[in-house]
Design a protein around this ligand. Structure first.
Ligand code: COA
Length: 370
């Protein structure tokens, strides 16, 4: 048997029509559309439609999909009854894992994995995720959540509900583009987890719970929060020295490196610009980020990934640091659900092999002789 590739690097684990990466050229496509053409031009709602339903919607399709999202933007009784206690006892990503699991019981399509049911559940999960994050944050802060405004987009509503102030149109636009940039990314760890679960013909909510648990880790979605903590923990004068010391000690710098990109992550290009634009009166974190980027590149030849500048962008938008990874989940929900739809539509159980490296030919002994 061939030696396994550690971490499954370069192993093709599924066929997908959803997204594609050219790691050498640093390009990302959703259903054939270059991310550079979508970010800042297509809304997150249009992008979610593209991923889940296959096309960029025309006006009528977008209206119908938008109506479905607005209708889905409410929490069921089981979630509502438990959100306060969960907010008291669990950290944000743990709470989301629990809340999405509870939401499955409230879902009218809970017992079906038929294509129509999957489409409806994908829209509901996409509509609910920002509300779950906002309700969780409100519950732990002892506050209520402002009512959803049907005129505002998912991005605008979320900023309003989490920060308590109506975002400027430009802030809502920038956050919307952030959601577009994070929507899908081929066979990343959380998407793979979702597909493995879906491939057992388990239901969409179960697959999303697996994905949320996987996104939580600091080598995946958790990196954006770690980036902000690093920026907050070092002095602006000590950026270069701290980064060099960490690298010399063999530590990883969060927000750098990527399994697939061998050049700049195209999403980082947009996020760097957004961070600069938002930095205005508070340029400290943008400037520190730029310096970190230069030192990491000089020392290790590594580029920033999507999480690096997302950290300062979210900070400037007023999002609490421990909600950065939940924000990633709001966006990636569109991609995860689209992958579950795709997996269910042409399914085969995902069951790889393993290389056995343990002892062989062991002789059994009764317990008193061991
Ligand atoms: N800081 C310092 N060194 C890094 C690094 C980082 N962020 N990312 C990779 N490297 C180094 C590794 O130490 C390793 O060096 P070595 O060959 O001298 O041992 C080499 O680059 C390969 O790294 P490895 O971790 O094996 O690559 P991977 O493909 O398994 O991992 C990531 C990819 C993204 C998990 C990895 O780059 C990382 O841990 N980054 C930080 C976490 C992060 O930002 N995650 C978000 C990803 S979008």
């Amino acid at each position: 048997m061939d030696k396994p590739t550690k971490g499954l690097a370069d192993v093709v684990a599924a066929s997908t029509a959803l997204s594609d990466i050219d790691g050498k050229a640093g390009r990302l496509f959703y259903r054939g559309y270059d991310i550079h053409d979508l970010a800042g031009r297509a809304t997150f709602e249009e992008t979610a439609h593209l991923l889940q339903r296959g096309t960029l919607p025309n006006r009528a399709e977008l209206q119908a999909y938008g109506d479905e999202l607005v209708a889905g933007r409410e929490l069921g009784p089981l979630v509502s009854a438990n959100v306060a206690e969960i907010a008291e006892k669990q950290k944000p990503m743990e709470a989301l894992r629990s809340l999405v699991s509870l939401a499955s019981a409230d879902d009218p399509d809970r017992d079906s994995i038929e294509p129509d049911a999957d489409l409806r559940k994908a829209a509901r999960l996409t509509a609910q995720q920002p509300l779950l994050v906002a309700r969780y944050h409100a519950a732990r802060s002892g506050k209520g959540v402002p009512e959803s405004d049907p005129v505002l987009s998912i991005a605008g509503n979320f900023l309003h509900q989490v920060t308590g102030r109506t975002p400027s149109p430009r802030e809502a636009e920038i956050f919307d583009a952030c959601l577009v940039l994070h929507a899908d990314h081929t066979m990343n760890a959380s998407t793979f987890a979702a597909r493995v679960c879906a491939a057992t013909l388990s239901d969409m909510h179960s697959a999303i719970v697996a994905a949320i648990g996987t996104l939580k880790g600091p080598l995946h979605g958790g990196a954006n929060e770690q980036v902000m903590k690093t920026l907050e923990s070092i002095s602006p004068d000590g950026v270069a020295q701290t980064v060099r010391d960490k690298l010399a000690a063999g530590e990883k710098i969060m927000g750098f490196g990527h399994r697939v990109y061998k050049t700049e992550d195209p999403r980082a290009t947009h996020l760097r610009r957004m961070s600069e634009e938002l930095s205005g009166d508070e340029p400290k974190f943008y400037r520190m980020s730029k310096e970190m980027e230069e030192v990491v590149f000089e020392t290790k030849g590594l580029y920033p990934n999507v999480d690096f500048y997302a950290a300062s962008v979210y900070h400037y938008l007023g999002i609490p640091t421990d909600l950065f990874t939940p924000v990633f989940s709001i966006s990636r929900m569109s991609g995860w659900t689209a992958h579950v739809i795709e997996q269910h539509a042409d399914n085969r159980l995902i069951r790889p092999d393993s290389e056995y490296i343990g002892e062989r030919d062991q002789k059994w002994k009764p317990i008193d002789e061991r």
